[in-house]
Design a protein around this ligand. Structure first.
Ligand SMILES: *[C@@H]1O[C@H](CO)[C@@H](O)[C@H](O)[C@H]1NC(C)=O
Ligand SMILES: *[C@@H]1O[C@H](CO)[C@@H](O)[C@H](O)[C@H]1NC(C)=O
Ligand SMILES: *[C@@H]1O[C@H](CO)[C@@H](O)[C@H](O)[C@H]1NC(C)=O
Ligand SMILES: *[C@@H]1O[C@H](CO)[C@@H](O)[C@H](O)[C@H]1NC(C)=O
Length: 448
């Protein structure tokens, strides 16, 4: 798993021209107040542009509403994973009015869809003030005292990161200061203090594709946003993962995304929370979060008990059914996927069909699941007891890779192409294949 994570992260920098992970600084922040005022911050802040490949301890990292990631250090920032530093005030102009501060302590992108007046705004923290930006423009009435907007949160923060409902229990923000973490509930404005003493002091924090990273020094550590738990081998050097640094940082240099023409899905599904996933070999890709980029992670990262690839996946109610060979795993889907006790079980025993299957799908608000095995489609009513194959229908394809049914109808995937039908019955009855559509970079995070 560690090796996989490594090789995956290799392609991170390249994968996303649009999205960026972020990082933060300690040197400046930790300097005593008077020293900050009287001493120049050193060559990297004044004479020359800082070079993040030489090792920079970032002050803050945040995505914007378009999915670009900004890394901040002193009065400079980097936009995205590739490229050189520029003055922060060239993008966030009003920060210049407070330029004497010369840095930001922390930043995050607010996730709170219930309130359009704050959702997707970027919040910057400077000493005891908070600034809210949208569309790169300072919102009226800002800056304000941090405690006015975020009661219970201290000044002179080190790091901050959004944590949407589903990943945290409620829409929240995690704030970091020294060895303390504050979990702030956006709606109720309640604060829970956490002592995650196993975590290093984070100088910046970043959420990227449902993963949470604490940056410290030139390193980062991935943690769980609710428990603070760290799994895997950390810390890792930021330069191998979150930026492209060439020589000596081979990881960031040579990898690339899968070409769309090489894609062969094994399964695809959308759960009741609207999360869409594509499965390919032992990896999965989230399909509905493209704003912030796309990246393949090992299936076992989200569905711990699954090793290797899967054959078919479908969602029914708040459960996700994963078929591997002749076995079926049923996961409860909440913030995380939890295997239901007693699983995996033989597919035959659970659904009355022999594995393996090529694809399985269920249309929204229906109880009938369709399995495809070679040129046959089988119908099983999940509301019936016992569950048995009700109908067997031939389909006009010799072999398919994956199938999906959503509000737009059925999609049948074969290699890098897919065919759309209005319904499973129309798929079964149609004599003429529709024109195939290509798996596209926009929808599948691959490379043209
Ligand atoms: C964003 O700001 C630019 C000018 O800085 C303006 O032209 C544009 O209309 C704004 N977009 C939105 C969505 O407010
Ligand atoms: C972490 O922060 C605490 C203050 O909360 C400080 O005492 C400690 O020295 C810091 N540790 C490191 C390694 O900087
Ligand atoms: C956290 O830092 C404070 C100093 O700010 C220190 O007194 C305390 O022992 C630290 N706690 C841990 C668990 O390191
Ligand atoms: C990064 O982590 C390694 C251990 O993996 C440690 O030896 C090194 O000192 C750390 N460097 C920085 C700058 O944090």
């Amino acid at each position: 798993m560690t090796a996989l994570f490594l090789s995956l992260c290799v392609c991170l920098a390249l994968a996303l021209s649009n999205a960026a992970p972020a990082h933060h600084d300690v040197m400046i922040k930790d300097a005593p107040e008077d020293e900050r005022q009287s001493h120049p911050k050193g060559e990297e802040l004044h004479d020359a542009k800082p070079d993040r490949c030489k090792g920079v301890e970032f002050d803050a990292i945040t995505p914007d509403e378009k999915g670009n990631t900004f890394f901040f250090k002193g009065d400079h920032l980097w936009k995205g994973f590739v490229g050189s530093a520029e003055l922060s005030s060239s993008i966030f102009k009003e920060l210049d009015d407070y330029h004497h501060l010369g840095h930001v302590d922390a930043a995050f992108r607010m996730h709170h869809q219930d309130d359009a007046s704050v959702h997707d705004h970027i919040y910057f923290f400077l000493d005891d003030k908070v600034f809210s930006f949208y569309n790169y423009t300072l919102e009226k009435g800002y800056p304000v005292e941090i405690q006015q907007e975020f009661p219970g949160i201290p000044s002179h923060l080190d790091a901050a990161v959004e944590c949407p409902k589903g990943e945290c229990i409620t829409d929240s923000v995690l704030f970091f200061k020294g060895n303390e973490t504050y979990s702030y509930d956006i709606k109720t404005k309640t604060v829970k203090k956490k002592m995650w003493t196993h975590l290093p002091n984070c100088t910046s924090a970043f959420r990227w594709l449902e993963h949470y990273y604490c940056f410290h020094g030139f390193n980062f550590t991935r943690f769980h946003p609710v428990s603070g738990e760290v799994t895997g081998t950390y810390p890792k050097d930021v330069r191998h993962y979150f930026m492209r640094c060439g020589e000596g940082f081979g990881h960031g240099g040579g990898a690339r995304k899968l070409r769309c023409s090489e894609v062969k899905l094994h399964a695809v599904t959308t759960d009741d929370k609207g999360r869409s996933y594509a499965f390919h070999d032992a990896m999965y890709l989230r399909l509905d979060t493209h704003r912030d980029g796309s990246h393949r992670f090992p299936i076992s990262r989200s569905w711990k008990e699954i090793s290797g690839g899967v054959d078919a996946v479908f969602s029914y109610g708040d459960n996700m059914y994963i078929i591997q060979g002749s076995q079926i795993y049923i996961y409860k889907s909440a913030a995380h996927y939890t295997l239901i006790e007693g699983y995996p079980k033989p597919l035959k025993e659970e659904l009355g069909i022999d594995g393996p299957v090529d694809a399985a799908f269920l249309c929204p608000k229906q109880d009938t699941v369709y399995f495809i095995q070679g040129q046959k489609m089988y119908e099983v009513d999940l509301a019936a007891t016992p569950r048995v194959v009700k109908k067997e229908i031939p389909i006009p394809f010799p072999k398919i890779d994956a199938g999906l049914c959503d509000a737009d109808g059925v999609k049948v995937f074969i290699g890098p192409e897919y065919y759309s039908y209005e319904s499973p019955m129309i798929l079964a009855m149609s004599r003429i294949k529709p024109i195939p559509q290509k798996i596209s970079p926009e929808k599948f995070g691959c490379e043209d």
